[in-house]
Design a protein around this ligand. Sequence first.
Ligand SMILES: [Mg+2]
Length: 310
Amino acid sequence: MTAHPAHPADRPAAPRPGETPEAAHDAGVPGPGIEAPLFTAHLEESLDLALRELAGRGRILVGLDFDGVLAPIVLDPRTSRMLPVSAEAVAGLAELPGVDVVLVSGREASDLVALAGLPAGSRVIGSHGAQWGRVVDSPDGGTTLEAEPVGLTEEQARLRAELLRETEALAAEVEGAWVQAKPAAVVLHTRPAEREPGERLTRRVLDGPAAREGVRVVVGKEVVEMAVLEVTKGDALHQLRGALGVDAVLYAGDDTTDEDAFAVLGEGDVSIKVGDGESGAAYRVTDPEEFSAVLVRLLELRQEAQDSHL
Ligand SMILES: [Mg+2]
């Protein structure tokens, strides 16, 4: 049997002589000259709707992970910066009435404040929930962190010192690997190391210091965090929402530790996973660039909701 070329009746006819190809088409229908509809600048409809509902609630908490969400992941975490569009939207949200902004990160709280350039009044939760603080105006005209102290028991402080010593000894054997001492944790970073030696080192640390009793281990992207305090991003977010008495929460994160935060959210809240990987979040965007569009949209919708109440 011979295959016949398809000629569906609803297909636009070829342009007649003297007629331009565009005139033979409805604008927006893919065909000659129009490759695909231009929807890329818009967020997924269900996410847009969820943001609209959130923006209409009384008091809202916007919880944001930093690395991989506001700031693209870079080789050396000391050089990461927020995308300018996100920085502007976060500052705009923080200044709106009834909106609390909190950065929730594995980083140290002071590090977050220095990198993020948050307006006074914003909150930070560092070290995966172990450190709490607020951004306040400093006498020099800038901003600074007003931190709540991290309370370690004598035993936890001793454990932290031992973890640091053991992990540093192991990391010294692998070029590029480095160890960070946090107030309530010790962190192994292998991102700058070569892949195989880095993975071998990770296994040795997981089998060694990380396996000690009383250590809470979080394995992230080429990062192993060994905390001596039993606290997660989820615990911190849940506690903060209760303390502020907010009506709804948005939380966005890209890593395994953010799943704890997604897990404490409920109906009326908005959870957004940034990037690939399994997640319990309700929505997903591909990267920090696309997430910046979420922030801009939320700011716009909240301003609209506020104006309509005036
Ligand atoms: Mg992250």
